[in-house]
Design a protein around this ligand. Sequence first.
Ligand code: FO1
Length: 317
Amino acid sequence: MRIVVLAGGIGGARFLRGLKSAAPDADITVIGNTGDDIHLFGLKVCPDLDTVMYTLGGGIDEEQGWGRADESFTVKEELAAYGVGPGWFGLGDRDFATHIVRTQMISAGYPLSAVTEALCDRWQPGVRLLPMSDDRVETHVAVTLDGEKRVIHFQEYWVRLRASVDAEAVVPVGAEQAVPAPGVLEALAEADVILFPPSNPVVSVGTILAVPGIREAVAAAAAPVVGLSPIVGGAPVRGMADKVLAAVGVEATAAAVARHYGGGLLDGWLVDTADADAVAEVEAAGIACRAVPLMMTDVEATAAMARAALELAEAVR
Ligand code: FO1
């Protein structure tokens, strides 16, 4: 079975670990969000691609959900000693090697998709990891700081500000000019199932869908499209999805996110048992809906969610 997953960072990566356990014989292609990418110290950092690669490859810092396990920060400390910032983004020594290899290969002319394939040769994530595009897309957030309107990089909003101020707009800069990476449209066309994991619907799945051609390919795909709500009981399970949902005028509820994706895209939607009362509302939007436990407390719980998503896909096929 060919499964395609549009994945962001931590939530997407954790879901993929459960999906691999639930469907060990499936061919899984991950279309990874690159809107979180940031250029620091002359290096290209791809947080969501790295989180998927490290999580499935066994190198992730489990508690954080990002960065490497057994990390040290000597290079970061030395940079700070030179007064070279920013200091708010925690790049570890082991992680730096990934960004050095990536930047070196890009400087040599390799596209991001080829670089990602090369990095995955080491990590063997057990899925095919494709960036959504080889073109540069970087999400920026419009905010008001000290009475002044500013547009800042998503990572500054997310990590330095901890999303403590309202996001007035979320802009995937470069998305209009971006082209889907090689293999992305083909994977969607050939998929047996397409899944939207519990990733951020605005800055992760939303950014992937903002690359011209990808939303259309998902909508046109023969495969059933099933999503899992990242919102449980009116709040995001992790991260600050509610902040960016507000920026696009979407209420932080399981049903509102389903309607945000729309019946034109989604065939099925899983909500947590805490949101069982949302099932009728989602079904009224033309999207088949079931309430199952959606807390990814461990691989087995996540595998059960993945099985429920695959079962719903068969039910709507
Ligand atoms: N998230 C944080 O909350 N604090 C950090 O210092 C931080 C550093 C970091 C370094 C590399 C990397 O790949 C991810 C990192 N993240 C950090 C997570 C990152 O902001 C998020 O994983 C995604 O951008 C959102 O999914």
